[in-house]
Write a protein that binds this ligand. Sequence first.
Ligand code: PRT
Ligand code: ZN
Length: 283
Amino acid sequence: MLTIAIQNKGRLNEDTVALMADAGITASASHRKLISDAKGFPLHVLYLRDDDIPQAVAMGVADIGIVGLNEVLEKEQDVDVAMNLGFGACRLSLAVPKAVDYPGLSWFEGKRVATSYPVILRNFFTERNIHAFVHEIAGSVEVAPAVGMADAIFDIVSSGGTLIQNGLREEETVIKSEAVLIANPHIDEEKRRDLDKLMFRFKSIIESKGMKYVLMNLPKVKIDEAVAILPGMKSPTILPLADKEWVSLHVVLHEDTLWEKIEQLKEIGASDILVLALENVIR
Ligand code: PRT
Ligand code: ZN
């Protein structure tokens, strides 16, 4: 049976548990327990600090794990990134005090940079032939310049609010990150099959995010025009109505184009348009 390592508390825990729940898998709610059995899928769930997840998966203590790509890159453990999970988005950036007149990366030559991600930062500077001093600190990286511990920082940025609050300005984005599913590269055939099943569930959920189920009434003579507005799909579904002049049209639309398409359909005579939340698209 597969063992999955997930964050025991913190930013990724809630979205991880929610993704598993959407996939029909309930893990025990008790965060005090280190390991529990899931319901809805043959799975042990191991609750760890995010820093320990890449190593736990590389060692085979867990077969798979859910963790930020930033931790995977920092820990340099032998794990495969199986898929992106669409939450926990952030970036790792270099930021400087706002008073600095920043000419470009060369500014960092000889400077002290505080970070909790020394491996990623050293690799970045080495690739660009910049000689800077990388100071590893465990937390509150963003206060390091103000207290004189560093000239600049390298840290996780999401909205950018924390940087502004601390009088810093983001100058270089080094990596973009999000939560990923990682796997031990050496799992056996049976576990690989279970992993494929789990990924199939996760992919269906992620792909259906932002999709809406739309139904409307349409004059029968307008079917061809409606199909032309909704190109490149097997849908729409067209169903007869009691009134022979009209049909019911059903289609799945992404919310990015939803209103544009609805306006076009209205223009050709669609009416009584219902937009419904869509839970899952299983292809
Ligand atoms: O206890 P444990 O070690 O498990 O947790 P942790 O404290 O190390 O990590 P946690 O729970 O804070 O974050 C887990 C993961 O969430 C990170 O590794 C990232 O992959 C992801 N993530 C996404 C973030 C953020 N967004 C984020 N904004 N992690 C941290 N932040 C912090 C950042 O460090 C900074 O202090 O939020 C602040 C910046 O936010 P903005 O919005 O002001 O820019
Ligand atoms: Zn951590």
